[in-house]
Ligand binder design. Structure first.
Ligand SMILES: NC(=O)c1ccc[n+]([C@@H]2O[C@H](COP(=O)([O-])OP(=O)(O)OC[C@H]3O[C@@H](n4cnc5c(N)ncnc54)[C@H](OP(=O)(O)O)[C@@H]3O)[C@@H](O)[C@H]2O)c1
Length: 201
């Protein structure tokens, strides 16, 4: 599959490397292309089956505009709308909307799937290093497009789980906040993820 990753930072590199290793064709949309697998945002998005937003949350409106609105695209949203509020890292837009929904409003003709936002970047590219597949949830409104995103998440080594409609991005962004709080404030370190286990009966 042709995947355009907008932003070649910690997240973009981690998932891009994983998908390239899985046989996908990965191009990075960046502001100053310098490598063979980089181009500007507009051509990267235009030529891709799936466009991944892996930039800071604050850059999302600029990225959507630079990408020409993303009409008809399956868009994977990895961003977390983080802000330091009262000295604590929190969701900048509170719990009554989400980054995923905000992106969908900015790109109304795209199909947005929120996923790959719930763990630290090194785990996004290193899911196969865990003793069992970590879970990664995906929320989106279009079942067909979400299935594509779930397959791509699975290709990174995750147990990819449908988390319902895009409004559930609110849950997934809160889950990211829990991971960040555990990693940075509770001494868990960054080399952990969540797995789903079931009772036999
Ligand atoms: N880091 C994590 O562990 C982690 C985990 C899950 C989700 N997230 C979320 O994922 C997103 C990316 O995080 P990150 O840690 O990868 O950030 P990062 O390392 O700071 O990288 C962000 C990238 O976005 C690029 N960028 C900024 N504005 C852009 C624009 N207008 N057009 C194209 N590229 C642009 C930057 O390019 P320049 O070099 O040109 O500035 C940079 O390469 C954030 O929303 C974050 O909350 C992060």
């Amino acid at each position: 599959m042709k995947i355009a990753i907008i932003g070649r930072g910690a997240v973009g590199k981690a998932i891009g490397g994983g998908w390239a290793a899985a046989g996908h064709q990965v191009v990075y949309g960046v502001r100053a292309p310098s490598a063979a697998d980089e181009t500007e945002t507009a051509p990267a998005a235009a030529d891709a089956d799936v466009v991944v937003i892996a930039t800071p949350w604050s850059a999302v409106p600029v990225v959507v505009a630079a990408a020409g609105g993303l009409a008809g695209k399956t868009v994977i949203d990895c961003t977390n709308p983080l802000a330091l509020i009262d000295g604590r890292l929190q969701l900048a837009i509170g719990h009554t909307t989400s980054g995923g929904e905000t992106l969908a409003a900015l790109a109304p003709e795209a199909s947005v799937v929120k996923t790959l936002n719930q763990l630290g970047a090194e785990n996004l590219g290193g899911a196969r290093r865990f003793p069992a597949p970590p879970v990664m949830f995906a929320a989106g409104d279009d079942a067909t497009r979400k299935a594509v995103a779930l397959r791509l998440v699975g290709d990174l080594g995750f147990e990819a789980i449908d988390a319902g409609p895009l409004v559930n991005s609110r849950l997934l962004e809160s889950l990211a906040m829990l991971w960040i709080d555990q990693a940075l404030a509770r001494g868990a370190g960054r080399a952990f993820a969540y797995a789903r286990i079931r009772r036999a009966t």
